[in-house]
Design a protein around this ligand. Sequence first.
Ligand SMILES: O=C1O[C@H]([C@@H](O)CO)C(O)=C1O
Length: 542
Amino acid sequence: EVHNLTWEVSYQYKSLDCYKKLAIAINGETPGPTINATEGDTIIVNVKNNLLMENLAIHWHGIRQIGTPWSDGTDGVSQCGTMPGDTFVYQFVVDKAGTYMYHSHYGMQRESGLYGLIEVSVPSGTKEPFTYDGEHGVVLSDWYHSSSYEQATGLTSIPYVWIGEPQSLLINGRGKYDCANLSASVCNAANPECAPSSFTVVPGETYRFRIASLTSLSALSFQIEGHNMTVVEADGNYVEPFATENLYIYAGETYSVLVTANQSSSRNYWITTNVVSRNASTPIGQAILNYYPNQNLIPPNTTPPPGPLWNDVDARKNQSLAIEARQGYIQIPPHPDKVIVLLNTQNKVDGYTKWAINNVSHTLPETPYLIALKKNWLDVFDQTPAPESYDYENYDIYSVQNNTNATTSSSIYRLEFNSTVDVILQNANTMTANNSETHPWHLHGHDFWVLGFGDGKYDMKNNDANYKFKNPIMKNTVPLHPYGWTALRFQANNPGIWLFHCHIEAHFLLGMLVLFESGSSMVSVPPQANMGCGKTKSLMQP
Ligand SMILES: O=C1O[C@H]([C@@H](O)CO)C(O)=C1O
């Protein structure tokens, strides 16, 4: 089946958390429309940029774009941003059932609300390894009252101005800011736009909640008062089911959990989400689990569950360790052809605060990499190979980072086509004493196997011994925990050039990204629609 969608992207005044602020909407809505499709379907999205004053690119997060790298929607990598007034047509196949998402991949635009869910069901006649009676989609996001322009300006200035913590957490685009002391024209608690989201369940039935985190900064915990959840899917891959009271979810991750409506049906229950990993004052986000036939917006008279403590790192690591592939769904190449170690540090470069990988803070070129590679334009990006390791014998990951030798570069990693690559993400202290952050790393164009997580410095001499998992799950986004390491393996089997980056908007802007090229010479000639910027102007036909 072919789904032909027409989207108009524009700024709209929204009161998502009761506070009136500009948001980017698709056909007037944020979150945008959910894309519902069946495995094997073709999705065509005609995206009209009505933002008036800024470019646009939309990334289909978790969709591997096999054979369609032009549709990955990443400004500076796969395409030139679509200019105001122009329409860009994305076309791709959703080749694997599961829960995915889409969002802007232009500057820090995602922060403004340009995102939504992609739900891909199994082909008819195929059974999933679990059953349920109904389903609900849940988009989690954090919400700032400052604009992405103010944020990006502060982050790229001297002195550095950090964005701070979000004002609200949203569940399906609805939150509640405290409007006390603000005029009703700015913040109106009675505005129906910020009434809580409500999810209706029939007593006794089991529901699949497809949950995606589109936060720009926050790591979250998600919980439903009085109900356990069973995790069954992560990033479009089946999980060996495990029950939990709360789900930790990092920016760029998706999960499916099964929830049975097995509590007293005489009332509704709270659904809450709260910030973890950072010491935020952001209030919890709230929604309602509505037991039919109670009225859907009646707030329970219980205290909403506050969720786990922000600094309970062990609980988060334990969930990471609990996620394994569902039995029967594992096939992994036994050995890597190459091992790349990526040290994550916060650095100063020429007085600017940056994030760097092996001391290189990455920048995107004017001309998209994919087209530069196809055309063999050597002057578009730095041809020096990106560094594959750091000085791990001497480097102290616990000391305050004050590298003076960090640089910026547009260099890339070139991987042999079809080779198996292990990537070890190594965390370290930031430029603040006794501080190391959580970074959710997302790979475009592929899923990877999660080989293991550990504390401290990864032991390079004792490679495989560090890998803990018997049944590594495939994912496209994985957390790197404070002062720890995360190991993953993937096959470079998708021709093109693909971003691998921290999914925190501010960190991506500040260079916390790398690029993996493989088999790009096999990619066919780029559509004109992807061109128009940098050197690609020379390819435009009249
Ligand atoms: O990139 C970041 O900068 C701040 C802090 O390190 C300096 O203000 C922070 O918490 C980040 O994640």
